[in-house]
Structure formats: C-alpha cells, structure tokens
Write a protein that binds this ligand. Sequence first.
Ligand SMILES: [Zn+2]
Length: 256
Amino acid sequence: MASVWSGMDMPDLDLKRYERQTRLSGWGVETQQRLKGSRVFVAGAGGLGCPAALNLALAGVGHIRVCDFDTVEISNLNRQFLYTEQSIGTNKAKSAQEALFSLNPEIDVEPVSDEITAHNVDDLVADAEVVIDCLDNFRTRHVLNLCAVTKGIPMVHGAIWGLEGRVIFLHPPSTPCLACIFPKTPPQEKSPAVGAVSCAIGSVQALETIKYLTGVGSVSTGRMLLLDFSTMKFQELEVTEDPRCPVCGQLGTGTE
Ligand SMILES: [Zn+2]
C-alpha cells in the first residue's frame, strides 16, 4: 500500500513522523501542513498542561506558547511528567519547552514565565487560534475566558478533582462561555490529584484542540464531558448560553 506522502516534496516537514495520524480519514498531508501552521496558547503547565502540550507537540502543532509562572516542586512529580528531579526549582514553562523540544524539535514551543493577568492576557494569547485552559484557579480562568470571547477564539476548559474530571469546548456564540456555566469564582482549593486522571483530561483537551484545528471529527459543543474514574461512569451534561452573561451575552444578537 502506497504511503500517503508518496511523491510529496515537503522538505520543511518530516512526514514520516506523522505517518500514522495522516492515515486517519480526513487528515492527510495537507491537514498536517495546516497543523504545522497552527498557533495554540496553553495556559498552565501543570497536571493538565503537561499532557495537553505534549499531545499538541507530538501531533505537530507548529506553534505552542506555554505559559506558567510557577516553579517545579517535588510534589508536582506524581503527575507533571515533563519534569524530572533535575527540574525542581526551575520555571515550568521553560522546563516544559526543553522537554517538548527533545520530543519534537520540528515545532516551535515558546515558554512564557509571566503570570496571566487582565493587563497582559491579550498580549500573551496574541494571535493564538485556540486557548487551552489548564489552570488551577477560577480567577485566572475568568480572565482567560474574557480574552478568548473578545478575540472570538475557542477555549478548551479542563479541570480535575481527585478521580473526577471534566472537559468542555467553549466557543461563543455557538456555545456558552465559561462565565455562563460558572458565573461565580469559587474559593481556591488544592484538589487531590492523581497523574493518570490529569493525564487523561489534559489529553482530551489536546484532542479537542487538534480536532478543531484539523476539522477531523467534531468537538463537544454544548456538552460538558464529566468523567468519574472512581466508578468509570462518563456522562454528558448539556450546557446552554446565558443571555444575561456579562462576558458573552451580547454576542449573537445580530445587533452588530
Ligand atoms: Zn457567557
């Protein structure tokens, strides 16, 4: 059987690396090239950000900006697999960039060691086509949500609590935004965290992003995926836009 890149001359992309995924129906070489030109902002390089960024890098997303101001601690190492004991004390975004470069040097991973705030978020996200919410607090999540809604780009929200996790693809006005679903900012708490759970949720966030960028498959619009790994019961929760939402409520009204 002829490989999908037979006769293709694309010196800037090592297509052998991506052979198995380009065999997927609808993916192909052109889609792989599109992925190489894609820009994704990964907010947070912790338990969710490590698998999210890793899977983007492995798939060949060409420009990944990883943002985390935190430093690696030994208590991160049960789940944040881009880091080793040698990474302790170093900035997570920079250490993640080094790990991702060793896995796929063909892509551009840009580390950002700033804390995301209302003042810098627009510049940090810049011209990204998707933002992935791998954060651990709702205060910053709401800052990122407002930025994504304003720019008109999707945000892939993920979160874990112990053996449970959730994922949702948010892209108003065709879906709710984060503020429609979680209007309040709950107090910050340190959740119990198991590596296999955050790894699964972060990987699904990356997959939703890749599907959006490639057009392969369909993203989970209007449905929040709830995964309870303690019982292996997975559910979908239907979510709807709040027309009074202060963030996205004016979108889709046809007044512009
Ligand atoms: Zn909203």
